[in-house]
Ligand binder design. Sequence first.
Ligand code: PEP
Length: 252
Amino acid sequence: MRKPFVAGNWKMNKTIAEARDLITKMSAELRVISDVEKVLCPPFMSLMDAFKLLEGSGIGLGAQNMHWEEKGAFTGEVSPAMVKELCGYVILGHSERRAYFGETDEIVNRKLISAQSIDLTPIVCVGETLDQYESKLTREVVSKQTSLSLRDVSPTFAPRIVVAYEPVWAIGTGKASNGEEANAVVKDVIRPALAELFGNETSQAIRVLYGGSVTSSNATEFFGQPDIDGALVGGASLKIDEFAAITKAAAQ
Ligand code: PEP
């Protein structure tokens, strides 16, 4: 039985003051929703405030990225240990990091191995671009991303990993995939790639989310699919009513 999971990726939105306000209001709405693992991922600058504001709320805190090295001369970067002081989760390999910051599967994998060594729950993103989708390369691309990004992980840590299938063409575009199509990628591509890495039982235990223009109007279409265990939500996670409605839908 995989527990439903919903994470809100705020990306580079909200100043410190705005985030404080939003976290306070969001927490009041989300804390009463049970039977779903809930995680907020505000910008680094707001993690300290969020850590204090979310204490005892049952709402998890995640970073949107981290470096793989323990420490050193990496100007502008944040280490796994720094993230771990405040967060239980970290998003790795988001398509925006892959597209704008040159993150490859190898880099994502290094970060994942670091998350494992410091005991952070990783949310690992995979997904095809519009070109790849139109060229019918989805299965090949997503299979390769999954296999390479998650390799060399210990079988005992593997069930902790959360995978987010996020077709790049659906992210922030308002053009979500549809439930059946997304489920088919998870069932026929991601879970088999996970099974190859960790065995069938573990592949069935790993939570796989859908991400890409999820709203309160389309959430149930995804959550009703047998292989989709929740959502990684961008834009709608900045709106209290929307994110609360999505989280409630996941709990049901
Ligand atoms: C995301 O940032 O991971 C995402 C899915 O964004 P959006 O929900 O805005 O498409």
